[in-house]
Design a protein around this ligand. Structure first.
Ligand code: CU
Length: 186
């Protein structure tokens, strides 16, 4: 009896250890949605802001057509807004209903764009562990080789402030202000 109890204690410790090391898979939708009174759809990541742990994976799910999840990386001829040492990752255009996964191992802030829809403001911010790296700095270049103006407006929205993402964990597209979503000239 005594031996049995001892064995179960060991098993519990091993189980607790496994839970602490468990890596989580998160889902992010890549969406296209018609909005009344708007001449073109809204294109967005949902959630648009997300806090994850180092080693976690995000599955990007194409809920609409022609979306990618692409790092703001110097090698993509864009502003570098992922932690130093991170490779220039990008999904291909993900077929509708399919998913593409990426595992985030380096701590810091990652700004991510959709290649076909960046100029419509389709971007998201992932914080891995804690904010940091180049994306912690303000966006300066709002040209097509920086962060395109419409995308910068979304990333600069107070809803995506890194401190806020740290406190709420997940930010939905509905939390982004109408001003940031407005099309140029609207
Ligand atoms: Cu897109």
């Amino acid at each position: 009896m005594h031996q049995l109890k001892k064995l179960s204690t060991v098993a519990c410790v091993m189980l607790a250890c496994g839970v602490a090391m468990a890596q989580t898979t998160h889902e992010v939708l890549m969406a296209t949605e018609m909005v009344e009174g708007r001449p073109i759809p809204e294109f967005y990541f949902e959630p648009v802001g997300l806090l994850i742990a180092p080693g976690d994976t995000i599955e990007f799910i194409a809920a609409g057509p022609h979306h990618t999840a692409t790092a703001y990386h110097a090698q993509h001829v864009k502003s570098h807004r992922v932690p130093e040492g991170v490779e220039p990752f990008s999904s291909p255009v993900v077929p509708v209903g399919e998913r593409w996964s990426y595992t985030f191992t380096v701590e810091g802030t990652y700004d991510i764009w959709c290649a076909p829809h960046e100029h419509y403001g389709m971007v998201m911010r992932v914080i891995v562990g804690a904010p940091g790296g180049p994306a912690a700095a303000a966006i300066e270049d709002r040209s097509p080789v920086g962060v395109y103006a419409q995308a910068a407006a979304v990333l600069d929205d107070p809803a995506l402030d890194p401190a806020r993402i740290m406190s709420v964990g997940s930010v939905m597209w509905a939390e982004i202000s109408a001003a940031a979503k407005a099309l140029p000239g609207q």
